[in-house]
Ligand binder design. Structure first.
Ligand SMILES: NC(=O)c1ccc[n+]([C@@H]2O[C@H](COP(=O)([O-])OP(=O)(O)OC[C@H]3O[C@@H](n4cnc5c(N)ncnc54)[C@H](O)[C@@H]3O)[C@@H](O)[C@H]2O)c1
Length: 369
C-alpha cells in the first residue's frame, strides 16, 4: 500500500470506481479481509472478490460454516480463517476490512479496526445509541484509515441522478419528501433482528438506508421527529420476546419547514409490497428508484410524461459501492458514504425511535451528543 495519509474529496464522477482508477492506483493491491460472512457479508464478499486489485488475506466469523463460505468465495488467495476478529485486526497483511456483523457489534469492531489502522466498510447503522455513534465518529475522525458506511443505494445510478438533479436546482427548492418501506416480516433464522436491544429496532437497522438518501438530497439532517408505532400483527412471533415493531409512521422536519413522512410496514402480504422514495420541489418532483422527474403543471391538458434523468445499465449497486471503497482506500480519499452521513442517518433513526417510544416530539440536540 502506498501513501494512506493523503486525503482529498472526490466528486460524483469518482463513484463508479473501476474505470476511474488512475494508472498509478491500479498498481496498488489492497489487502482485504471480512468480519461476518452471514447474509449481508456473503453478498458484499461476492462483489468484493470481483473488485480489481483486491486480495483477501483473512476471513473471520464465529460460525465455521460462514468461514467456509467465505473461504470458498475467496479461494484463489487461500485466506486464513479466523474465529476471533481481534486476531484479524493484529495482522499486518490486512489494510481494509468489511464489517458485516449484527448491529450490537458494530461499535466495538469499528473502533478496534480503526485504532488498528485499518480502513473499514462498515455495514449500517454506525451504532445502537447516540453514545455509540459518537464514539465511532470520534474514532473515524482520528483514524489513519477511512470509514465507508454500507449505504449502497447511493451507488444506484437512477437514485444518484435524481439526487444530483435536485442539487442542480432541477425541481427548485425542496418542499416535501416521502418514503415507504413495506415488506413481509424479517427472516426468523436471524433471531438478533427481532431483539431491539441487538438490532436497534427496524427504524435503526433498516430505515437508515432511506434516511441517508433524504439527508443526501437535503445536504443535512432533520431537526425534529414525531411518530407512532408498535406491534399489531406479529406480537410474540416468530419469538415470544419479539421487541421490534411491525409498523410505524414517523414525520421528520428539516430546516425551512421541509418535512419527510416515512412509513415502515412488515405486515405486507406478498405482492402487495413496495418501497417509495419521492421528493417534491417547487417546480416538480423526482422519483428516486426510477430516476424520473415530473414537472408541476396547471390542471388543464394532458399530464406531461415523466422525464428520465438517467439511462443505461443499472449495474449492481453493491459492486459499485465496494469498488468505490477500495478505490478510496488506495487514494485515502473521502467516501461518498462518509462517516458524517453515516452519523446523520443513524442519529436520525435514533431520534425517530425515541419520538415513537416516548410519544412526543424529539429534537436533534437530544440525540447528537
Ligand atoms: N446494506 C444492506 O442492504 C444490508 C442488508 C442486510 C443486512 N445489512 C447489515 O449487515 C449486518 C449483518 O446483517 P446480516 O443480515 O448479514 O446478519 P447475519 O446474522 O446473516 O450475519 C451476521 C454474521 O456475523 C457473524 N458474527 C456474529 N458475531 C460475530 C463475531 N463476534 N465475530 C465474527 N463474526 C460474528 C455471524 O456468525 C453471522 O455469520 C447488519 O448490520 C445489517 O444491518 C445490510
Amino acid at each position: 500500500m502506498q501513501d494512506l495519509t493523503r486525503r482529498k474529496i472526490l466528486g460524483a464522477a469518482a463513484l463508479a470506481a473501476p474505470a476511474l482508477l488512475s494508472a498509478q492506483n491500479q498498481q496498488d493491491e489492497v489487502n482485504a479481509a471480512i468480519i461476518g460472512v452471514g447474509g449481508r457479508g456473503t453478498t458484499v464478499l461476492t462483489r468484493a472478490v470481483k473488485s480489481p486489485k483486491v486480495r483477501f488475506t483473512a476471513i473471520c466469523d464465529i460460525d465455521p460454516e460462514a468461514r467456509d463460505r467465505g473461504a470458498t468465495l475467496a479461494k484463489q488467495w487461500k485466506p486464513d480463517l479466523l474465529a476471533d476478529y481481534r486476531k484479524l485486526l493484529e495482522r499486518k497483511d490486512v489494510d481494509a476490512v468489511i464489517i458485516a456483523t449484527p448491529v450490537d457489534l458494530h461499535k466495538e469492531m469499528a473502533i478496534a479496526a480503526l485504532e488498528a489502522g485499518k480502513s473499514i466498510y462498515l455495514e449500517k447503522p454506525l451504532g445502537l445509541t447516540p453514545l455509540e455513534v459518537k464514539q465511532v465518529v470520534e474514532a473515524a475522525r482520528k483514524a489513519k484509515g477511512i470509514l465507508q458506511t454500507g449505504f449502497q443505494l447511493r451507488y444506484d445510478p437512477p437514485r444518484r441522478a435524481a439526487i444530483e438533479h435536485i442539487h442542480q436546482g432541477g425541481i427548485g427548492p425542496v418542499a416535501y419528501m416521502q418514503g415507504d418501506r413495506h415488506t413481509g416480516d424479517l427472516p426468523p433464522e436471524k433471531p438478533w433482528l427481532f431483539d431491539a436491544s441487538r438490532s436497534g429496532n427496524i427504524i435503526v437497522e433498516q430505515a437508515v438506508h432511506i434516511f441517508d438518501l433524504m439527508n443526501w438530497a437535503m445536504k443535512t439532517h432533520p431537526i425534529k421527529a414525531m411518530g407512532l408505532g408498535g406491534i399489531n400483527v406479529y406480537q410474540g412471533r416468530p419469538f415470544p420476546n419479539r421487541s421490534i415493531w411491525d409498523h410505524y409512521a414517523c414525520i421528520f422536519e428539516y430546516p425551512d419547514n421541509i418535512r419527510l413522512s416515512f412509513t415502515h410496514l412488515y405486515i405486507d402480504p406478498r405482492g402487495f409490497s413496495g418501497i417509495s422514495e419521492r421528493i417534491w420541489g417547487h417546480t416538480g418532483a423526482v422519483d428516486l428508484p426510477s430516476g424520473t422527474k415530473s414537472v408541476l403543471t396547471e390542471r388543464e391538458g394532458q399530464a406531461p410524461k415523466p422525464e428520465v434523468l438517467w439511462e443505461g445499465d443499472r449495474g449492481d449497486m453493491t459492486q459499485n459501492a465496494v469498488d468505490a471503497f477500495y478505490q478510496h482506500v488506495r487514494e485515502s480519499s473521502e467516501p461518498l458514504n462518509n462517516v458524517t452521513y453515516g452519523m446523520y442517518a443513524t442519529l436520525m433513526a435514533l431520534m425517530g425511535k425515541k419520538a415513537i417510544e416516548e410519544e412526543r416530539i424529539v429534537t436533534w440536540d437530544e440525540v447528537a451528543l
